[in-house]
Design a binder for this molecule. Structure first.
Ligand SMILES: [Zn+2]
Length: 238
């Protein structure tokens, strides 16, 4: 009974700060682009956001980012006071709790998965590679399964280029794990919210292009199961 109730919980989400990366997968750098993470607010469908039912993932705001986030919240009839929990999907400096001009450390509690209560049914999944202990959150929504994955996927361009964030100096095992995590996420998600970009819809076209481009990925030969997983998802969509 419990698990059925959990599966029925449905959530909505709002990207409060849309992330971006100056470094592009073709290794060019846009100096005008600030390095900012994507911060996402999640709360139950049919409810207004309040401190015991609302969660924010990767709450690392720039000054401009928090200003825009507050404007968005006002338009929704809410404010930062309506957020009660935060979740840092991985501990890199550009994703950890930072809210310029506001001390939220006492007001916001760290989110842990709940069996019951207003945020139950939000799942945590280990998606290593970019960061060994990176954990994505996922939930049911009217748009299907939404996966908030932090830097397991940087943004759409990095995803479709099969590039990893090379300045971090990853070894071969970490790169292979990155591709396995991408395949795992694609196998489950209908919408992906990445670490530094706008939401990505998982469509047959996207999966086909990922399958076509995968041979160009570093160490692709050492994880052929990645394409198998993508093909299975594609077949399930027909
Ligand atoms: Zn990042």
């Amino acid at each position: 009974m419990d698990s059925i109730m959990m599966n029925n919980m449905s959530y909505q989400w709002e990207i409060l700060q849309k992330g971006q990366l100056p470094l592009r997968p073709d290794r060019s750098i846009d100096p005008d682009v600030e390095h900012i993470c994507t911060s996402t607010m999640i709360w139950p469908v049919g409810q207004t956001p309040h401190a015991s039912n609302t969660l924010i993932v990767d709450p690392c705001f720039s000054i401009k980012g928090i200003h825009n986030a507050c404007l968005k919240l006002i338009r929704m009839g809410a404010s930062l006071n309506n957020i009660g929990y935060y979740y840092v999907a991985h501990d890199h400096f550009d994703h950890t709790l930072k809210v310029p001009g506001r001390d939220v450390r006492r007001a916001w509690k760290r989110f842990y998965p709940m069996k019951n209560g207003p945020l139950s049914g939000i799942r945590v999944s280990h998606c290593p590679g970019h960061y060994s202990s990176l954990t994505a959150l996922s939930f049911n929504s009217v748009a299907g399964q939404v996966w908030v994955v932090s830097d397991a996927v940087l943004d759409r361009d990095w995803l479709t280029a099969w590039e990893y964030f090379w300045p971090n100096g990853y070894g071969d095992e970490e790169i292979i794990e990155t591709w396995r995590s991408v395949a795992f996420i694609i196998s489950q998600a209908d919408v992906i919210i990445p670490g530094h970009g706008d939401e990505i819809l998982v469509t047959p076209q996207l999966i086909k292009s990922l399958i076509a481009e995968f041979p160009k990925a570093d160490y692709a030969d050492e994880c052929p199961e990645v394409v198998d997983v993508l093909n299975q998802r594609l077949a399930s969509m027909k």
